[in-house]
Design a protein around this ligand. Structure first.
Ligand code: NOJ
Length: 566
């Protein structure tokens, strides 16, 4: 049903079903760590179903479910053994249908993760490829090659996997297969029509079950030119990433998405998709175009420091890029792959008087993780204050905002996970040099105490720290100043900002203060500095990331309602 939102300057914007995604707030659920109904220590679909009221109360438009498919969990579920089923530890297809129905009943749409670059090594196809042997049709679904060296005992190339270590693994008959990620994640051969056809079947399988959209994992890596001789890593580094690189962001991957687009558009409303594509910004529009996936993740804010100049440049460039794509921008501050933003902002950085003059937020965060949270010390309060300010700014932007479970509680990264309890392949494949991503995947605290902080009646599959007590949903729920209350208030008000996708910068006379106007005269002001910023006494501040006392305190954001009755 189309909903007409009045646009006060005289035009109108149809926020209809087909364009719901353009300014949606999408909440990412990492199913194994959200809520556990059956008490086995792993979150499940029934656990999510039991928390649908919580999700509806948050005011989100959609949930994105990270993989819940059968998996040996070599990479947190991104090693999929069967694309058209549910992992028995997480539930059943009936549970999935029940969850979709419960979410839809509350007006929340559902996005699922599609992982097309690689399968699990336990996928029936890979098992068949191993059994069928060299030269078989089954091996043609993957990327098998003979080794080098006199007896083929050396890998075909010196390529390194994203998780560290060689990107090739040898099988018992002597051939090698390519895995750009974990050993347990063999890359598929997208030159094979059978592979293409099977993913269309998978997309239809979930779309027919009522799924509204898809998040496409490593969307830029599917197609490859593996003609001989294969280049070395050093040679690869010299090849421009202009659409003809042998391994990434090839123009021909768009043929895959053109076919998918036909599938998406065969539904009413059309199914949506968002690309996880780590590509040169100039090439993002290829993925975000309406003839391709339609939207692409923009990770620039996530990589930025808490800094006015960086935020302004990124916002301006991202809106421009989205407009050129015929899409809307996406914004992300946290997800299941990065150190939570409350923690990133609590670490020293160049512009915040920290101890590491050359540190980028990402390198500061990994140095901190490597020190198991000890060095440099974390200013937790400051991190949360800045995270609230950055989030409130982000929620005021046109485009769609992707939230990651637990950020609405102001959760920090958990650094204090004992090595023997870590799960992320990054940790193991780098011999512990990189700590990995477990710290943002620790099961959520629902209650301040009790078994696994209310996550479920059993334990939690990753250890929860004592400080989770302070972030429990049950506590934040009744505290009007909590981060949870801030998110709820902002999301409730955000509907007024969605009348159109315009943003106009307002000069503030301060380099560390950003101010912009949105439709109807709404304004968002963020003070990235530490000195107060006085606001006009008439400013009708309706939501504030810190206590508002008539002046905008340092490291804070406010939303100002239009003049007159609102
Ligand atoms: C990106 C996902 O977000 C990440 O969690 C995963 O490890 C890789 N793709 C490989 O699938």
């Amino acid at each position: 049903m189309a909903q007409l939102l009045a646009e006060p300057t005289g035009t109108a914007f149809l926020h209809d079903d087909a364009s719901w995604w353009r300014q949606a707030v999408v909440y990412q659920i990492y199913p194994r760590s959200f809520a556990d109904a059956n008490g086995d220590g792993t979150g499940d679909l029934a656990g999510i179903c039991a928390r649908v009221d919580y999700l509806a109360g948050l005011g989100i438009d959609a949930v994105w479910l990270s993989p819940f498919y059968p998996s040996a969990l070599a990479d947190g579920g991104y090693d999929v053994a069967d694309y058209r089923d549910v992992d028995p530890r997480i539930g059943t297809l009936d549970d999935f249908d029940a969850l979709v129905a419960a979410l839809h009943a509350r007006g929340i749409r559902v996005i699922v993760d599609i992982v097309p670059n690689h399968t699990s090594n336990l996928h029936a196809w890979f098992q068949e490829a191993l059994a069928a042997g060299r030269g078989s049709a089954a091996r043609e679904r993957y990327i098998f090659r003979d080794g080098t060296g006199p007896d083929g005992s050396l890998p075909p190339t010196d390529w390194v996997s994203m998780f560290g270590g060689p990107a090739w693994e040898r099988v018992p008959d002597g051939q090698w297969y390519l895995h750009n990620f974990a050993v347990e994640q063999p890359d598929l051969n997208w030159a094979n029509p059978e592979v293409r056809a099977d993913f269309v079947t998978t997309l239809r399988f979930w779309a027919d079950r009522g799924v509204d959209g898809f998040r496409i994992d490593v969307a830029h890596m599917l197609t490859k030119d593996l003609s001989e001789p294969l280049p070395s890593t050093a040679q690869l580094a010299l090849i421009p990433k202009d659409g003809n690189h042998p391994l990434v962001d090839r123009d021909d991957v768009q043929e895959v998405y053109a076919e998918w687009r036909e599938v998406f558009n065969s539904y009413d409303p059309p199914r949506t998709a968002v690309a996880e594509a780590w590509v040169n910004p100039a090439r993002v529009p290829l993925y975000a175009s309406p003839t391709s996936l339609g939207q692409a993740f923009n990770f620039d804010l996530l990589l930025a420091d808490f800094d006015a100049g960086q935020f302004r440049d990124i916002i301006t460039a991202s809106l421009d890029l989205a407009a050129r794509s015929g899409s809307s921008s996406t914004w992300v501050l946290s997800n299941h792959d990065v150190v939570r933003h409350a923690t990133r902002y609590a670490l020293s950085s160049p512009r915040t008087g920290g101890q590491h003059p050359d540190a980028t937020p990402a390198s500061a965060a990994s140095a901190w993780l490597r020190s198991r949270g000890a060095d440099p010390a974390l200013d937790r309060e400051r991190g949360e204050r800045r995270a609230r300010a950055a989030t409130l700014l982000m929620l005021g932007l046109p485009g769609s905002a992707y939230l990651y479970q637990g950020e609405e509680l102001g959760l920090h990264e958990v650094a204090e996970i004992p090595d023997e309890q870590r799960q992320d392949p990054t940790f193991f494949r780098t011999g512990g040099a990189e700590i990995g991503r477990d710290g943002c995947r620790v099961p959520l605290p629902w209650t301040p105490g009790g078994t696994s902080f209310g996550f479920g009646p059993g334990g939690a599959h990753l250890p929860q720290p004592a400080w989770f007590t302070d972030h429990a949903v049950a506590l934040e729920d009744r505290d009007p100043d909590s981060t949870l209350s801030l998110y709820r208030r902002a999301l409730a008000l955000r509907h007024a900002l969605r009348a159109d996708e315009r943003l106009t910068w307002i000069e503030t006379g301060r380099e560390d203060v950003l101010r912009f106007a949105r439709p109807g005269g709404w304004e968002v002001v963020t003070n990235f500095g530490t000195q107060d910023y006085p606001l006009e006494p008439t400013a009708d501040v309706v939501v504030s990331s810190s206590e508002f006392t008539g002046t905008l305190a340092g490291e804070s954001t406010v939303w100002i309602a239009p003049e007159g009755p609102s």
